[in-house]
Design a protein around this ligand. Structure first.
Ligand code: FE2
Ligand code: FE2
Length: 345
């Protein structure tokens, strides 16, 4: 066959036909609009900061260095962490798609993608640690002792609640304005960076030390991303949106306290023995040298992190919710249902 003859372009009589309008929300048409140079710079930095969890010195985590209770405790802690960090990839992947559909500027979409990438690494740390210390964990193993049965049962209740959150999050993504979504993310990242900073300084184990430091660095970058986006989103918020944010902040506290401190009343649907067993298991993780802070230290850390969030949002005239659990006064927010929960790590 001969090559097609290349001629001049065809110009229809009466001019070119305009393409039909694209139904929204839609990821088309393609575009690379940049409004916030700072976000573009953070994305560049994030590409250079990528690390590989597989390269951590995993041989240094030796099951024989721990008692069975300590191994169970560490597995339990990482299973609780996974309720947050292992939901990260799916949560931010969805947020990334949403940002494309809403035609957010290019650096917003790229930063969301980079958070998705990082969260996949954090998830991998949960996966690898559990595989080394408790094969079959979190749930695919048969508990034998009372302690094991308590751990297995607590984890299954925890993930049942995670499932309720996922349900709510799915509907929230399309429902809330971006300022609300990002404020929730910001609270999650503040919590995450606080947690890992505390754990990195508390752990007696070099491999966990390196892991927590790397994850903590990622979380601080996520926080920076959220803050940069919010600087753009916050000016000119309506009273209605501000109210939603106040509610979200309370929801964030209730949800994130499970890993930062202890689960408060409100959202969590748990059996009456959950907390007592949770404390025993956390204590085994603490005893193993993982770096789990004491109840009081956790409360203090969480209080400081929340005070930071509070200072930031109040600058924009957003009322902060009361956190009586940590003796912080503010606006009363009553019932939190799964639909209210957005924050991740
Ligand atoms: Fe994060
Ligand atoms: Fe994370």
């Amino acid at each position: 066959m001969d090559d097609p003859v290349i001629e001049k372009v065809t110009v229809p009589e009466g001019g070119f036909w305009p393409a039909p309008e694209i139904a929204r929300p839609n990821i088309y048409p393609m575009e690379w609009r940049v409004e916030t140079d700072k976000l573009a710079a953070i994305y560049e930095k994030s590409k250079r900061a990528v690390w590989n969890p597989a390269d951590l010195p995993w041989d240094g985590i030796r099951p024989e260095d721990f008692t069975p209770e300590q191994r169970l405790g560490i597995m339990y802690w990482f299973s609780v962490l996974a309720n947050f960090d292992a939901s990260g990839p799916a949560v931010f992947a969805r947020a990334t798609v949403h940002a494309f559909e809403q035609h957010e500027e290019d650096p917003v979409r790229k930063c969301f993608f980079s958070i998705t990438r990082d969260e996949m690494n954090h998830e991998e740390c949960c996966q690898r640690t559990i595989a080394r210390l408790w094969p079959g964990g979190p749930l695919d193993w048969t508990p034998r002792t009372e302690l094991e049965k308590a751990a297995h049962n607590n984890i299954s209740w925890l993930y049942y609640n995670g499932g309720r959150y996922w349900h709510g999050y799915n509907s929230a993504v399309g429902k809330y304005p971006l300022a609300v979504l990002f404020t929730s993310f910001m609270m999650g990242e503040m919590a995450a960076s606080t947690l890992f900073r505390g754990m990195a300084s508390g752990t007696r184990h070099p491999v966990f030390g390196e892991m927590f430091q790397r994850i903590g660095r990622d979380e601080s970058r996520h926080l920076q991303i959220c803050m940069t986006i919010l600087d753009k989103e916050w000016p000119g918020l309506t009273e209605e949106v501000k109210e939603q944010i106040t509610r979200q902040l309370r929801a964030g506290f209730v949800f994130l306290s499970m890993i930062l401190w202890e689960p408060p009343e409100g959202f969590w649907d748990l059996p009456p023995y959950f907390l007592a067993n949770h404390r025993v298991l956390m204590d085994h993780a603490r005893d193993a040298g993982l770096g789990v802070l004491s109840f009081e230290e956790q409360a203090e850390n969480w209080r400081v992190a929340i005070a930071r969030v509070r200072a930031i949002v109040e600058r924009w005239g957003i009322p902060f919710p009361a956190i009586p659990e940590l003796d912080m006064s503010g606006v009363e927010v009553e019932f939190i249902d799964p639909e209210d929960i957005i924050p991740v790590f």
